[in-house]
Design a protein around this ligand. Structure first.
Ligand SMILES: [Zn+2]
Length: 633
């Protein structure tokens, strides 16, 4: 981390009339206390607001989708299961009345997304709609007795206990508990907390007489983040018994090797397990037990260094199918499942809070801009299941009422909460982690910080300070890994004789006053990102952005892009030519197209190809990784 202390500015700066005014809807998150306080903390989501830009477009598309889904249809299977009257038209896909995961989206992810969206935007109508759903779910719980709440019968849990076939009852139970808890944390809904506690009470009785060995067998079936939500419930209520209960949802055969820093992930279903690591991270924060710290930090390390593509995403066909560092065989139609990316970013956020390590934010930015942004259909708020990295494939999105994949669920949450990681802070400093047009309010400091940028179309950002009175503070600005050829920083128009190296924070210490401006220029450059185990397979990147070659829409039908299928729609890739490249100048085959930002042309190739950022590419086939031929490749 590079530091630079500025000379104190003149005292007597104009007292700000600004700023500490609360953002509408701003409130403390009711997350409770943790034992390990963390080196830095995020701001409450309600303290940050997105401004015009790609992430606010994504948030607004998401918001429209959340408004569109009718409460009665969302509640239908819960009411059926509770024996309460309902005449709503059932939803389809994974929310069909006979699907064993029913309720995961409608009573779970949906409530989480509404709570996050309220915190992000202050949208009171959405909060009212979600509050109404909580009350209806409370009625279902009352009718079902003993605290049980689900859209499927308790008999599913009998099958689980007895080792009979069933999909993933605790996975769904986790989503519902998390949705209710989010309604408490972000919207202050006490009824939601009471329903979640009653649900936990039912779990307590269900598992009480089950031996440890039997429980480990039960945990072979996907159980989502039960350990995480019970840890969160313990923190929110101060009740230790939930933390004890969380400890019953620890799958030792998965966690033990990680605690010993061994990557034994080959053959493991990715998104069954990432939430368990988030739960371990949360347990470290709540107990201080080093085992959980080691599990989470090693896991993040091995995924990001050994199992991530250039996009930051991980998994193929939902699994890690190879030894560490082996990715060349994994590029296909089902490369990188979206909910894996979402959950990895959740985990990274925990670890960043412990470490303030800029490399964690390098990974976060890479994944957010390449793997997450652009996996949402801005026209109707639909989400992708997979982001194909095999050449010649295309992106596809869920249908409005008939899909409800796992990734639809995580998708509606994530585009409601992009703002939660842009800024972190400690008592004396603020961290600007991501270059996203936004503003953060910090009433304790009488401070508001605006970030004005059109990043990544703009290669840098401008911070504008609004302060009630001059305020001593370190502003830590992330200098990304890709800023390999430097950059500049100006304070109130004057160039500062300081910068910082890639993967660090540039620290500006100063008594900040109303109207102070910091302009950061971060020039982007082209570079190659090869697959680690086959350097002839290369992707091109420009600054933080993965570039994708536009291959046209030959043979693509509407139903291949807007899928009502349970998973990926049918269809084959088109053949993609190899590129002729030079080992001496590996990006020499790319030229910027003048007048078109972030657009490049392949030169010296058999075929005309235009490349644009992967996140901007929709409705056509593409290639990210190219087979290359070169004299010394
Ligand atoms: Zn998924």
């Amino acid at each position: 981390m590079a530091g630079y202390t500025l000379l104190p500015n003149a005292v007597g700066a104009r007292a700000g009339q600004v700023s500490s005014a609360l953002t509408p809807g701003m409130r403390r998150e009711r997350t409770g206390k943790q034992k390990v306080p963390g080196r830095v903390q995020p701001f409450a989501l309600s303290q940050v607001r997105l401004r015009r830009g790609v992430f606010r477009d994504a948030l607004e598309a998401d918001r429209r989708y959340l408004h569109l889904l009718p409460s009665d249809r969302l509640l239908h299977t819960f009411r059926v299961n509770a024996g309460l009257p309902t005449s709503a038209e059932p939803l389809g896909g994974w929310e069909k009345p006979d699907c064993e995961l029913r309720g995961h989206f409608t009573g779970g992810h949906y409530l989480s997304a509404c709570a996050l969206m309220y915190a992000s935007t202050g949208d009171g109508d959405l909060k009212d709609k979600a509050n109404g759903m909580v009350s209806e779910l409370a009625k279902c719980q009352k009718a079902l007795k003993d605290g049980y709440l689900s859209a499927f019968p308790e008999e599913f849990f009998d099958r689980l206990r007895e080792g009979r076939r069933v999909w993933a009852p605790f996975y769904t139970y986790h989503k519902i508990m998390a949705g209710l808890l989010d309604m408490y944390v972000h919207c202050g809904n006490e009824e939601a907390l009471a329903v979640a506690e009653a649900m936990a009470g039912w779990v307590w009785h269900w598992q009480e007489s089950i031996s440890d060995e039997h429980m480990q067998r039960i945990l072979q079936t996907e159980f989502g983040g039960m350990n995480e939500v019970l840890g969160n419930l313990s923190a929110a209520t101060g009740k230790q018994q939930y933390l004890h209960l969380a400890g019953r949802f620890e799958k030792n055969m998965f966690l033990d090797p990680l605690a010993e820093r061994r990557d034994e992930l080959k053959g493991i279903h990715a998104n069954t397990h990432i939430p368990q690591v988030i739960g371990a991270a949360r347990r470290y924060e709540l107990t201080g037990e080093p085992r959980y710290h080691d599990i989470a930090s090693f896991f993040l390390d091995t995924i990001t260094t050994e199992r991530a593509y250039c996009t930051g995403g991980t998994s193929n066909d939902e699994f890690w199918r190879t030894p560490p560092g082996k990715l060349a065989t994994e590029l296909g139609k089902l490369t990188e499942e979206c909910c894996c990316g979402y959950n990895m970013l959740k985990l990274a956020r925990h670890i960043f809070a412990w470490t303030a390590d800029p490399r964690v934010m390098d990974y976060y930015e890479r994944t957010l801009f390449n793997s997450r942004l652009g996996t949402q259909n801005l026209e109707n708020g639909g989400m992708s299941y997979f982001l194909p990295l095999g050449s010649g494939y295309w992106k596809y999105f869920n249908s409005t009422y008939d899909s409800f994949w796992c990734c639809t669920g995580t998708g509606v949450e994530e585009f409601a909460k992009t703002a939660d990681t842009i800024y972190f802070h400690d008592d004396h400093s603020i961290y600007v982690n991501l270059f996203i047009a936004s503003e953060v309010s910090w009433p304790e400091k009488g401070l508001r910080l605006e970030q004005q940028t059109n990043f990544p179309e703009q290669e840098g950002t401008t911070l504008v300070v609004h302060a009630d009175s001059p305020t001593e503070l370190a502003v830590n600005i992330r200098i990304p890994y890709w800023a390999t050829e430097g950059g500049t920083v100006k304070l109130n128009g004057s160039l500062l004789p300081a910068f910082s190296s890639p993967s660090s924070y540039l620290v500006l210490n100063r008594s900040w006053k109303e109207g102070d401006q910091v302009e950061v220029s971060l020039p982007m450059h082209l570079r190659i990102a090869p697959i680690p185990d086959d350097h002839t397979l290369q992707a091109a990147m420009y600054g933080p952005l993965v570039l994708a070659g536009r291959l046209g829409s030959e043979g693509l039908s509407q139903s291949m892009c807007y899928s009502e299928y349970d998973t990926a729609p049918p269809g084959d890739p088109i053949p993609v030519p190899a590129l002729s490249t030079s080992a001496k100048d590996p990006v020499g085959w790319l030229r910027p197209v003048s007048g078109q930002p972030l657009t490049f042309q392949a030169v010296g190739q058999a075929q005309q190809i235009t490349l644009i950022p992967l996140y901007k590419l929709f409705g056509e086939r593409y290639a990210v990784y190219w087979k290359t031929t070169s004299a010394s490749a």
